[in-house]
Ligand binder design. Structure first.
Ligand code: B4P
Length: 193
């Protein structure tokens, strides 16, 4: 089972690219943002807690997100060809927990691809998405906070994977197809095709 992490700031194209890659390679797309929004939509206790963080653009506590991923791996690991993690891990604690959960099942992260997009373009994309997404965190105040949270809490995750020699940097500006072609080269390197 192949495990890929798609990494980058909010609006860098993680969700967009993860969907395309999951379909192409037959991997399961795991978006913690989507999982959390589904809990919010169903008004579960977890969702009601998560919403207070998400609306402000803050991270949902590690224990909540790690628990969610642990349950998913218990359910699906070994039964799918691979996972594409999108928006997870977002803290070093989450990255360490993911390594532990995978190691317990004799798997590992095979590749981390980090999308690079400048802040002005990120804000432009997310404000644009906010016009149609109905997402309560796609407004300029929450977007600016998400970028600060990314710099403080999430950016260090890149170093964690660079130390493991698993990180590849990818330019996230350009056409979706062109960016996808570069990502596929990296994925092909680990699926061996
Ligand atoms: P996410 O759902 O992960 O939201 P995101 O980072 O904003 O989205 P993404 O980066 O995938 O969007 P995309 O670029 O595809 O998280 C939302 C919230 O959930 C977080 O703030 C946090 O509160 C919580 N959360 C989630 N995971 C968590 C975790 N692990 N721990 C704690 N909390 C967590 O799309 C952006 C826009 O750009 C789209 O409109 C798209 O069409 C456009 N776009 C994409 N590629 C483009 C390109 N090449 N050119 C132009 N536009 C492009």
């Amino acid at each position: 089972m192949i495990n890929i992490v798609l990494f980058g700031p909010p609006g860098s194209g993680k969700g967009t690219q993860a969907k395309i890659l999951a379909e192409k390679y037959g991997f399961q797309h795991v978006s913690t943002g989507d999982l959390l929004r589904s809990e919010v939509g169903n008004e579960t206790p977890l969702g009601l807690e998560a919403k207070t963080y998400m609306d402000k653009g803050d991270l949902v506590p590690d224990v909540v997100v790690i628990g969610m991923i642990g349950n998913l791996l218990d359910d699906k690991a070994g039964k799918v060809k691979g996972f594409i993690f999108d928006g997870f891990p977002r803290t070093v604690a989450q990255a360490e927990a993911l390594d532990k959960l995978l190691t317990e099942k004799s798997y590992q992260i095979n590749k981390v691809m980090s999308l690079h997009v400048d802040d002005d373009e990120l804000v432009r994309r997310l404000v644009e998405r906010g016009k149609v997404s109905g997402r309560s965190d796609d407004n300029e105040e929450a977007i600016r906070n998400r970028l600060v949270v990314y710099g403080d809490n999430t950016a260090p995750v890149a170093d964690y994977y660079a130390d493991q020699l698993k990180l590849s940097d990818v330019v996230g500006v350009g056409s979706i197809d062109d960016i996808n072609a570069v990502l596929c080269e990296h994925v092909n390197g680990v699926v061996g095709s």
